[in-house]
Design a protein around this ligand. Sequence first.
Ligand SMILES: Nc1ncnc2c1ncn2[C@@H]1O[C@H](COP(=O)(O)OP(=O)(O)OP(=O)(O)O)[C@@H](O)[C@H]1O
Ligand SMILES: [Mg+2]
Length: 275
Amino acid sequence: MSESPAPASLVQVRGVGHSYASRSGTREVLHDVSFDVAPGEFVCIVGPSGVGKTTILRDIAGLQRVTAGEVRVAGSVLTGPSSDIGLVFQDYSRSLMPWMSVRDNIALPLRGRMPKTDREQRVASAVHEVALDGHEEVRPWQLSGGMQQRVAIARALAFGAPVLLMDEPFASVDAQTRADLEDLALRVRDDTGQAVILITHDIDEAIYLSDRIIVLGGRPASVLEQVEVPFGPVREQLVTKALPEFGRLRTHVHTLIETASRAMTQATPVVDATR
Ligand SMILES: Nc1ncnc2c1ncn2[C@@H]1O[C@H](COP(=O)(O)OP(=O)(O)OP(=O)(O)O)[C@@H](O)[C@H]1O
Ligand SMILES: [Mg+2]
């Protein structure tokens, strides 16, 4: 990553475009996507299926290169995976190593980065944060889905990056576990001051978790609207979701996505066969 002056925001997405090559040419999925995320902010990205949510998250993670614009993290232009970024994906069964204990899975990204005693301390504190004390020696497949996702969250926590990216992290668990994991994500943000960028299909989840919701739409996709969520840092499942403002936001975000989705199904894919 190249050096630059101190950042105004922790994550700066600036005019990002992303095109994928296909047999018939190049297809532009994202066009001129721009937004910022501040330290400690919780931002959810929503939009119709296939709009490009995972694409922008992978761009921010440095897992793939943007084809236009730039992503800056802590002021530096991203050119590949960064130690400033932790990741949690939907499919915990593929992200955890089945032959390793819970403890070793959590410690994995820390190997070679710090002395053993520091590593052990970080792992113990992450295990405690996600309430998995006493499960350190078992293998992930011996745990429930929700517990496995807590192991994945603990691994990202122990890694200690200032930015945490999550792609539909709670989509594969039951409703009660999902609510518990949402509250865990909020607690983690409060305790660590991490900025969280989370993708979800669930509008209620986005409103419940977010300080701000970024709605993607269009083909190619850009930011349709950034919706501020004015509930402050303290959220409570039943209370927050019963607020009249919650209902108003649900209708607003739902309408945005619905309209974007209809427009996408009517539009033909943009293929530039010359590239
Ligand atoms: N590696 C790739 N090569 C070619 N096309 C891709 C690639 N990854 C994604 N796409 C295409 O880019 C578009 C956006 O995909 P992406 O996975 O970012 O959408 P999404 O919003 O995350 O969708 P979902 O809500 O279903 O997870 C889709 O049309 C997809 O087929
Ligand atoms: Mg996706």
